[in-house]
Design a protein around this ligand. Structure first.
Ligand SMILES: Cc1cc2nc3c(=O)[nH]c(=O)nc-3n(C[C@H](O)[C@H](O)[C@H](O)COP(=O)(O)O)c2cc1C
Length: 395
């Protein structure tokens, strides 16, 4: 059984999003402002749709926290969907008259969505029964529970940050700064890009796509610094830490590719350019084992184990599938061609996906830290982490 686990529930336009996070140690200070701030960051980004203006994403903690500290018991979180008010009927829990059912029905599946496969799988005639839960609205709850994981990591000196690298055809130059400085710069950019020139061109590209009734995807990077050496393990396939990281990112809506460190680019270079050579440590301090690496092609993970270097994950997001100039589809009742259902949608959500990625990485890393250092309370866990880092930290 995993040390840290969570469940989410809730339809996109249902009354509530619900989350339960289990396994957080007792005694973690919980800053409600931090969680709210993270939820606010998820709503940002040039190219988001009108929904973000409707939702405030105010949340409530219903259990597991008392007087500002975690109790060690399951933490449950509620986020009210303000838009529910206009969808009460369509999302009614009680049965509806058949004329109303017909009126609320989404009949034509949207290509690029779970609509058609989900309707066939679950036997739904109304695609709304699928699209409500397949929607990325659920990620608000992942950010809420992920923010608690982030608070835990912060106590252990671990920082998680993100930046957007590409939107459509526009690419940002490589980051020169470290993730500790990313947040401020990326939060100030309308597209979470560290480079102001690329940022402006990305905004332009999104505006252009919107004019055409089209959408854009892109690539973002999430990085963690301050990690201890030795999270994950080489000893068994399901303990290699790349596994849960890749799963977490691939589970995010619209993500079609994940790479760690040099990732796909390493396939194109000889071995001599792909590995990270070791450099001796500082002898004068009697810490010859305090070695470092010349480079970080591995992205902070070798053999399934964190090296103590910057952990870097990149994810590729496909363009938003709901187009205002709808794609060709079929009417499943007749099998005849039809235009896809049009639902209010974002034009580009790569900046938001990057923020969600921070929470996803935080959840995986918090789980790995708990697995390695164990314990039921922060008082028990933190001294172990600090003692280990002091012994093992790489320059
Ligand atoms: C933050 C975020 C916002 C999204 N917003 C929309 C949207 O407004 N409209 C849409 O069609 N898809 C949106 N998506 C993508 C869909 O949820 C996703 O493509 C769809 O559920 C199909 O799943 P798949 O692409 O993972 O196969 C969004 C994804 C994320 C991560």
């Amino acid at each position: 059984m995993s040390r840290l686990r969570f469940l989410t529930a809730g339809e996109s336009h249902g009354k509530w999003l619900v989350g339960i996070l289990e396994g957080v140690p007792a005694g973690l200070p919980v800053s409600l402002e931090t969680i709210q701030d993270e939820l606010q960051r998820r709503k940002q980004g040039h190219g988001r749709g009108a929904r973000q203006k409707i939702e405030t994403d105010e949340f409530e903690i219903a259990s597991g926290v008392r007087q500002g500290f975690t109790l060690g018991s399951p933490i449950s979180v509620l986020i009210a969907n303000r838009d529910w008010k206009t969808w009460q009927e369509a999302l009614s829990v009680a049965p509806l008259p058949s004329a109303e059912i017909e009126r609320c029905r989404v009949a034509i599946p949207r290509p690029g969505h779970a609509d058609f496969a989900g309707a066939l799988k679950y036997g739904h005639a109304d695609m709304r029964n699928v699209l409500e839960r397949a929607s990325a609205r659920e990620t608000a709850m992942r950010v809420a529970v992920g923010s608690i994981a982030r608070l835990f990591l912060a106590e252990a000196g671990i920082t998680v940050a993100s930046r957007v690298i590409r939107i459509g055809a526009v690419e940002s130059p490589d980051a020169v700064s470290s993730p500790e400085t990313w947040r401020k710069i990326a939060d100030a950019s309308p597209v979470r890009c560290l480079d102001s020139d690329a940022s402006a061109r990305m905004v332009q590209a999104i505006d252009e796509a919107q004019k055409q009734g089209d959408t854009l995807g892109g690539i973002f990077e999430v990085a963690a610094s301050g990690l201890p050496i030795g999270l994950g393990s080489h000893v068994h396939w399901d303990r290699r830490i790349e596994g849960p990281i890749a799963q977490a990112f691939m589970s995010l809506n619209a993500i079609k590719g994940v790479e760690i460190g040099g990732g796909f680019s390493l396939a194109a270079v000889p071995g001599s350019q792909a590995q990270d050579e070791l450099l001796p440590g500082d002898e004068s301090r009697g810490r010859s084992w305090n070695a470092s690496y010349r480079t970080n092609h591995s992205g902070g993970i070798v053999g399934g184990i964190t090296t103590g270097q910057l952990l870097s994950v990149r994810a590729a997001m496909k363009p938003i599938a709901t187009l205002m100039r709808p794609l060709n589809s079929i009417d499943p009742r007749t099998g005849l061609p039809a235009h896809a259902h049009v639902e209010r949608a974002d034009v580009c959500a790569v900046p938001a996906a990057a923020v969600i990625g921070e929470s996803l990485l935080a959840l995986v890393l918090a789980e790995a830290v708990l697995e390695k250092f164990g314990g039921d309370s922060m008082n028990e866990i933190l001294p172990r982490i600090l003692a280990w880092k002091d012994r093992q930290h790489l320059a």
